[in-house]
Write a protein that binds this ligand. Structure first.
Ligand code: ADP
Length: 314
């Protein structure tokens, strides 16, 4: 039986409250792994089926979030509804100088319990049948140690059966008790990764990497076969079976909001690779989508603003 390639993006989507003024708020939903799932679904066509995996509650916000995920063409069948739990929440405020600041309420979030109990066991069994699993360092940071072990065991057994794992370290210091735990956890995840999609400044902050070459060397030494280091406007540093390459990012005329640049890049890179493109072409697709995303406000830009599919050979 040949169905579509199935990819599951695993993590936390939160309620986003954006200040319109000091007292007025606009409600949306956001989270790194969800942003990537949404862009993947937009790029996927019929050959790729994208599911989002998290846990929500049984409240109206969870229902609205589930509907928003489904509206992006992302499957919600593996999203648990945990009675009495709530999604995490964050606010975005902009100060007089245009600087954005984020505040989080997420310690009690339902997503933290997605791998708990028998439901967590069933989730692991379901996920082990996917062709691709996508995880970020934020996914790892929200899980308690026992749940993290379950996820690591899943990645190991699924890979042994042919599943491929894509991982963006996405290091956010506030999600971790200390740097040693973050370093050890990320390093373990990298040992279970087929495509690593880090962003250089995160790696410099956590591991002290001097440059993207150092990031590549560290991850290659852990056995990661394909490494894609994003670095803002600087070239994407690639190492893969095709060798070492640098791929330039097209200049962006007006940068409006850099939220989710890396998440969008990852989606376009993975969609291209799963579709059979070479790493270099996939990086070009990633930079192209990320360049469009930072020219618009918000993490998931309007569909109408998505770049047109590239003509082969251009
Ligand atoms: P993150 O969102 O994870 O911090 P980056 O800032 O490295 O990731 O951005 C991801 C991708 O977005 C880059 O690889 C590049 O393709 C694109 N990008 C980011 N900033 C710029 C910029 N100033 N000019 C052009 N492209 C950019």
């Amino acid at each position: 039986m040949t169905g579509p390639t199935r990819i599951a993006s695993i993590g936390e989507c939160m309620i986003e409250l954006r200040h319109l003024s000091e007292a007025r708020l606009d409600l949306a939903f956001g989270g790194d792994t969800f942003n990537t799932a949404a862009y993947l679904a937009r790029l996927a066509g019929d050959t790729l089926a994208v599911d989002y995996v998290t846990a929500l509650g049984d409240d109206p916000y969870s229902a609205a979030m589930r509907a928003a995920i489904a509206a992006e063409g992302v499957g919600t069948g593996l999203i648990a509804a945990l009675p009495g739990r709530l999604p995490g929440l964050y606010s975005i405020r902009v100060d007089a100088r245009g600087e954005r600041s984020f505040h989080y309420w997420r310690r009690e979030a339902a997503a933290r319990a997605m791998f708990d109990g028998e439901a967590g066991e069933r989730l692991v069994a379901a996920l082990s049948t996917y062709h691709w699993l996508y995880v970020s360092g934020i996914t790892l940071s929200i899980l308690e140690p026992a749940a993290r072990e379950r996820l690591f065991a899943l990645l190991g057994t699924a890979r042994a059966r042919g599943t491929r794992v894509a991982f963006d370290t996405n290091f956010r210091p506030r999600g971790w008790p200390d740097r040693d735990v973050a370093r050890a956890t990320m390093t373990r995840a990298l040992g279970l990764t087929d495509i690593a999609l880090p962003t250089f400044p995160d790696e410099a902050a956590l591991f002290g990497d001097a440059d993207p070459d150092a990031t590549v060397a560290r991850m290659a030494a852990l056995g990661v076969p394909e490494i894609v280091v994003k670095n803002g406007p600087d070239p994407v540093r690639l190492r893969s079976a095709a060798g070492d390459e640098n791929v330039a990012c097209p200049p962006v005329a007006e940068i409006v909001d850099t939220t989710a640049a890396g998440d969008a890049f990852n989606a376009a890179y993975l969609a291209a690779r799963i579709g059979g493109a070479a790493p270099r072409e996939a990086a070009r697709a990633g930079a192209r989508l990320a360049g469009t995303v930072i020219g618009h406000r918000g993490a998931v830009i309007p569909r109408a603003a998505m770049p047109a599919p590239e003509t082969p050979g251009c």
